[in-house]
Design a protein around this ligand. Structure first.
Ligand code: P6P
Length: 337
């Protein structure tokens, strides 16, 4: 191996965080350690997924329904518990807010030390787990503000309060993509080292891309403006549809190839399906850091203030030009009304 590739193999996730912050301050050390723990959670989840078909009690459903009203998969429960276990021992994170838990999970013994909250979707796209298609974890880190009276009301603030965000893609390789506001960086898990090694630094999303990613099965539930956009891409050369049913993989493709992902609101559910605090806001933080845009339709995702922990938001995210084009159809229809 050349010297350069050895240097790269030594650029682990925790090391990179310290380099990004140009600091060895307590906060920098804390964030580096938190990212390292997220990496550990990702490795534990990746290991289980890689053996899912060979082990008992990994695939399939638990029989429960979660706070979202969705069927709980065994993998959802396992991944949620992985994050709790990993952070209980960390001393860094005082509160965990998860898609799988109605209320945040408090770790009081960490509270005097760690003032951080981890918001996460432990396994996003879990319907893909049973058919061995990619799934992801999504995370965001916020600092707790003031004392928490058990309602975690300080979390009901816009995505601009996030200090870090990212996702793990459990695909042919396991990749962790994160930003702390100093660009977007991707790490690939080297199973032989058991380390996430830097594979792409300062990722920039193309200003435009060919991909539009949306579940066209909902076509007749959308507002007319979204139908107008879909008719536009159907008529114009240079567009291709890609939709996996798992948000992280669809976003990852667009981060690298450009284009737009949409999960619009519907007439029945104007706020859409995806959750703001641990799905759309973390991804919006990341994509904006990569030079892209993320809109709820008439405002940036990062400006949306949730009214409850599991608030949902519509999502139009990806290349700047493509998101802006979708918004132009929305504005056109709004002008007509
Ligand atoms: P639909 C998975 O359940 C998820 O939350 C995202 O990962 C994915 O993008 C979306 O829902 C898929 O939803 O309605 O198209 O099946």
């Amino acid at each position: 191996q050349g010297e350069r590739s050895l240097d790269r193999d030594c650029t682990t996730l925790s090391r990179h965080v310290l380099q990004q912050l140009h600091s060895f301050s307590a906060d920098a050390q804390d964030l580096s350690a938190i990212m390292g723990r997220i990496g550990l959670a990702a490795k534990l989840i990746a290991r289980r997924l890689s053996r899912a078909g060979l082990m008992e009690n990994v695939l399939g459903v638990t029989g429960d329904i979660n706070v979202q009203g969705e069927t709980v998969k065994k993998m959802d429960v396992y991944a949620n518990e992985v994050f709790i276990s990993v952070f209980k021992q960390s001393g860094l994170v005082c509160r965990l807010a998860s898609e799988e838990m109605e209320q945040p999970y408090y770790i009081p013994e960490n509270c005097p030390i760690g003032r951080y909250t981890l918001l996460y979707d432990p396994i996003d796209g879990s319907s893909n787990v049973d058919i061995n298609i990619n799934v992801g974890s999504i995370f965001a880190i916020r600092q707790q503000e003031g004392e928490d009276d058990g309602t975690a009301s300080d979390l009901l603030q816009s995505g601009r309060k996030q200090i870090a965000a990212g996702y793990v893609l459990y695909g042919p390789s396991t990749m962790l993509v994160y930003s702390m506001g100093t660009g977007v960086h991707a790490f690939t898990l080297d199973p032989s080292l058991g380390e996430f090694i830097l594979s792409n630094e300062n990722i920039r999303i193309p200003h435009h891309g060919p991909v539009y990613s949306v579940n066209e099965g909902n076509f007749w539930q959308w507002e007319e403006s979204i139908r107008d956009y879909i008719r536009y891409v159907h008529r114009h050369e240079g567009y291709t549809a890609r939709y996996s049913g798992a948000l992280v993989g669809d976003i990852h493709r667009i981060l690298f190839q450009g284009g737009v992902f949409l999960y619009p609101g519907t007439v029945k559910k104007p706020e859409g399906k995806l959750r703001l605090l641990y799905e759309t806001a973390p991804l919006a933080f990341l994509i904006e850091q990569a030079g892209g845009r993320a809109s709820a339709g008439t405002q940036d995702i990062l400006d949306v203030v949730p009214d409850k922990l599991h608030a949902r938001s519509p999502l139009i995210i990806g290349s700047k030009e493509d998101v802006t084009l979708v918004e132009s159809f929305i504005q056109e229809r709004d002008r007509e009304q």
